[in-house]
Design a protein around this ligand. Sequence first.
Ligand SMILES: [Zn+2]
Length: 162
Amino acid sequence: MSWEIMRTETAPCECGEGTETFTFEMDDWNRTQSSTEIHCPKCQQKKQREIEVEQAREKKRDELLQRAQQLTTERYLLQWLALFAGMTKKAAWERYTGGSGYPALGTFYLHVKHSGSLGKYMEWCLTNDLERSLGVLEVKDKEIDALLQERAQLWRPSSVPL
Ligand SMILES: [Zn+2]
């Protein structure tokens, strides 16, 4: 498996003091990829800064989510498991999804099977779809909401080229 360069293009860089070279490649499966090489110290530094900003943002998003998941588990896991305790899988699915949407009933059954038990799967659901689960619980937790909102605001599209 090898990539073959299809074409390269050189254009002025963003600040105009240097150039950028775009390289387009294709492999044996006709998949394409492109890359950019910046020949300008100023723009190279700017790109590096953008990458660092994005990495910091991603780290912050992860931290906020982990904190929200931790608080949710501490405060609501027992209540959450009690909600589904003794329910049939179908009843639990109806309660969790409202009877429609993701996951479909068959998928839900599969997830329960792979998790080992309904309780284990529901525990996973609680932290992996926090907003929905808190909605199902009819819980309004200002602290958790604030963490999730702060996280959502960090999803600004990045200006860093891929
Ligand atoms: Zn430049």
